[in-house]
Design a protein around this ligand. Structure first.
Ligand code: SF4
Length: 790
């Protein structure tokens, strides 16, 4: 195993190593604290966002590439933004249809910096492991296939054929197909994803974990149980015309900034917006539209009408309180509040649900949510009167032990006034990576339904495996237990994205093969199996030219719109291949003998879409429909009030408030993203919307908690997580006083992933509970004390 060790830093903070006691993090202690606190801006986006976009774009791409990319991104004939999954307007689009984060993602991918084979000759794995994630990313695009052979210290160049044969040889010698795992990042396109799942299932396994297992899996399960479909039920037009909008556990200003444009439109149409979040986030407070010059120069628009700073994971209690207030309003004026027709004709379980709500006391609601009764009742009154309501959420709700219950409680609230299958109403789970929803639609899941597998088998004339495969957490356990020996990754940075970093590193190290389809170098390439292969691929921004001619790919956004994506830039190297070509190459070398499938035919991507149209429900005439400007909506039966659930109806559910017990010296910690990152990719060390400059190793704490614990502003502390008697420690975080509820804290992902125990997951969905981490905080142990705590 080549062991990666990480610190976080940059050229500017070189040598400022970070302490930790897990094997993939540097254990040196910083000499100085450099994190600076600056004023938190009062308005999001505006001119600073434009300047940051320009600066990043020019420095990475240069003016010509930048202009070409900027004019094509999110246009109907252009390419889909490689960053988040936010939807594009159905109608006319602005010539610059992107946000600051999209600009950074494009520049990051379309950078002119290159990693050549000489780079790998210069740096051993051990030397690269000493570099920060930020440094690794800054080295530029991968340009040639590389192989790390058993016992070697360096990756060495490889031909594509050798790379494919090496992978095939390793896969063919496994004792069982279930000893291989095929992981997918949410950036992979529909075509690559469809082929990847076909490869895995042709090989004989359903081990298809993906990044969705770690984020919105709880949403999928919660919606499936209640609505019969794990997707959003609204359009962008609905959002812009809703009377009442809840934004719960999400930070659109940083994680999906163009959502602010839709919220601004909603606001102008008279919407009331309720922001539910432990932290006040600038994006929802006030927004300046960067594409409207007059708005840009003015004071901006306040978006959020109410900010409810709920305690971390106090959401069921809060929602229960709002529901209770709505039911009490109905009792006061019978027949005027609830949509009784909807409840009678379309739902199941209402009586039991109502009885449960009656038993819940306001005292408990206030205590667990941290919000006073009168404030909750006010929101309940708004919900009782609004003629249309949409509830939006992200990982603030899903990454808890009761993540599925959080989603079900949202749906309960919407049911009361028939806000499903009604104009401008419904659920909106705001997904992270650009095609995470499409990948699932295309079959990337360890437990696809029998119908999908039947159709897949009929189309490709084989018998797909029916055993449930490993999800992400199960795959890590299996690797660590020596049950998985080959790990193949279609994009992503599995090591950094997953919880319990030590265990993941240990598991990867036990593999005989790790293989990564990647655009850029990341930490995972340095924490490998005995043999490791890097397969450099085209990015979304680049022209995809195959022997059959120019190709386009497709993606599905968070609202279920399936559209085409055509890159416009010259590829980073003539030696790189598309994701589709790489997956086809691995498949041809590995499973070509099965079913006489000519995998190379799929380099005409229409062939993939033709085959997928007969396998994926609702994708009939895929090629034809996706060629329409703007694409098409994937079907969501709940929009028509058809509910494919166990009862055939929309299901009310009973979701108890689960009090959290903290010891006197414990806090609840949630992981968050900074404004200078996207998922595991760190673009910079600032978080301007939270007033942080020059560092990410910080813990946001309530001022009174800081004083009570005898700590000081920017004091260095160690963080110790507690889960079922296990302790995990990471070192040297700066205390930052912040407006956050008592006993709640926040830290940046992925730096604090080592604190998330693998067993700490949401019930049913198995999503890591990365926003419910019980920690204690100790002054940093220096010198001798810097060694791992017992
Ligand atoms: S909102 Fe998301 S998809 Fe849209 S440009 Fe920004 S990062 Fe890209």
């Amino acid at each position: 195993m080549a062991t990666g060790r990480k610190d976080e830093g940059s050229a500017s903070d070189a040598g400022r190593a970070r302490g930790s006691d897990h094997g993939v993090v540097s254990d040196q202690i910083p000499e100085a604290i450099e994190v600076q606190i600056t004023a938190i801006p009062k308005v999001a986006t505006g001119i600073p966002a434009i300047l940051h976009s320009l600066a990043y774009g020019l420095s990475e791409m240069g003016p010509r590439r930048m202009t070409r990319a900027w004019l094509a991104v999110n246009q109907k004939a252009g390419f889909d933004c490689p960053s988040c999954a936010w939807a594009d307007p159905d109608g006319n689009r602005h010539p610059f249809e992107f946000c600051e984060n999209g600009a950074k993602a494009m520049a990051d991918e379309a950078t002119t910096s290159r990693i050549t084979p000489e780079f790998f000759a210069r740096y051993s794995i051990a030397e690269l492991s000493e570099k920060s994630d930020y440094w690794l990313n800054r080295q530029g695009r991968l340009t040639s296939p590389m192989i790390l052979r058993p016992g070697n210290t360096h990756y060495t160049p490889s031909s594509w054929e050798d790379a494919f044969q090496t992978i095939a040889m390793e896969l063919k010698q496994l004792g069982s197909p279930d000893e291989a795992v095929f992981y997918t990042s949410g950036k992979a396109t529909n075509e690559a994803a469809f082929l990847f799942q076909l490869l895995a299932r042709s090989y004989g396994t359903n081990n298809l974990p993906d990044c969705s297992n770690m984020c919105h899996e709880s949403s999928g399960w919660g919606l499936q149980q209640t609505l019969g479909v794990g997707k959003s039920t609204v359009t962008l037009g609905d959002l812009e015309h809703a009377a009442l909008i809840f934004s719960i556990g999400q930070n659109p200003g940083t994680n999906h900034p163009r959502m602010l444009t839709s919220l601004l439109a909603a606001k102008r149409n008279g919407a009331t917006i309720i922001d539910v979040n432990p932290l006040p986030e600038v994006g929802l407070l006030r927004f300046k539209h960067p594409q409207e010059p007059t708005h840009l120069l003015g004071a901006g628009t306040r978006l959020s009408d109410r900010l409810l700073q709920v305690r971390i994971n106090g959401d069921v209690a809060l929602l229960k309180g709002i529901i209770k207030a709505v039911l009490e309003a109905e009792e006061r004026s019978p027949g005027t509040v609830l949509d009784r027709d909807f409840i009678r004709d379309h739902t199941s379980g209402y009586d039991q649900f109502r009885e449960h709500v009656k038993t819940v006391e306001w005292r408990q609601i206030e205590e667990e949510s941290g919000i006073a009764r009168d404030r909750i009742v006010e929101i309940g009154e708004m919900a009782s009167k609004a003629h249309s309501t949409i509830i939006c959420w992200a990982m603030g709700l899903t990454q808890h032990r009761n993540g599925v219950e959080n989603i079900r409680e949202i749906v309960n609230l919407l049911f009361l006034r028939g806000n499903i299958g009604k104009a401008n109403s419904g659920v909106l789970c705001v997904r992270g990576h650009s095609n995470v929803q499409g990948d699932r639609t295309m079959g990337i899941w360890e437990q696809m339904d029998g119908g999908f597998l039947d159709r897949l088998g009929a189309e490709f004339k084989f018998d797909p495996p029916r055993r449930k495969g490993y999800d992400t957490v199960e795959a890590i356990r299996a690797m660590d237990a020596g049950k998985v020996k080959a790990f193949i990754s279609l994009g992503g940075n599995f090591l950094s994205a997953t919880p319990d970093t030590d265990v993941v590193a240990r598991g990867l190290g036990k593999c005989s093969l790790t293989a990564f389809i990647s655009t850029k170098l990341n930490r995972n390439h340095l924490v490998t199996g005995a043999t490791s292969v890097i397969l450099p691929c085209l990015g979304r921004t680049e022209i995809d030219e195959q022997a059959t001619g120019p190709q386009f790919t497709t993606v599905e956004d968070t609202l279920g719109v399936v559209s085409s994506s055509r890159g416009v830039l010259t590829p980073a190297s003539e030696h790189i291949k598309s994701e589709v070509a790489i997956v086809a190459g691995i498949a041809a070398a590995t499973v070509s003998g099965k079913g006489n499938l000519d995998w190379m035919k799929f380099l005409d991507y229409d062939q993939i879409r033709d085959r997928a149209s007969r396998v994926v429900a609702g994708f009939e005439k895929f090629n034809e429909r996706v060629r329409a400007p703007g694409g098409f909506y994937a079907p969501v039966a709940a929009k028509q009030r058809q509910f494919d659930t166990d009862t055939g109806k929309a299901n009310f559910t009973v979701n108890p408030i689960r009090p959290l017990q903290l010891a006197a010296d414990q806090y609840l910690m949630m992981t968050i993203r900074s404004h200078d990152q996207f998922n595991t990719t760190i673009y910079g060390l600032d978080d301007r919307y939270r007033g942080i400059r020059g560092g990410r190793r910080v813990i946001f704490m309530n001022r009174e908690d800081i004083a009570e614990a005898g700590l000081k502003d920017r004091q260095l502390v160690d963080l110790i997580s507690h889960f079922q008697g296990e302790r995990r420690t990471i070192r040297d975080f700066s205390v930052i006083p912040y407006e956050i509820p008592r006993r709640c804290t926040a830290t940046y992902y992925p730096e604090t992933n080592p604190l998330v125990a693998l067993g700490s997951v949401a019930e049913i969905s198995n999503t890591p509970a990365s926003k419910s981490i019980v920690i204690s905080i100790e002054p940093a142990h220096r010198g001798e004390g810097a060694r791992p705590l017992p």
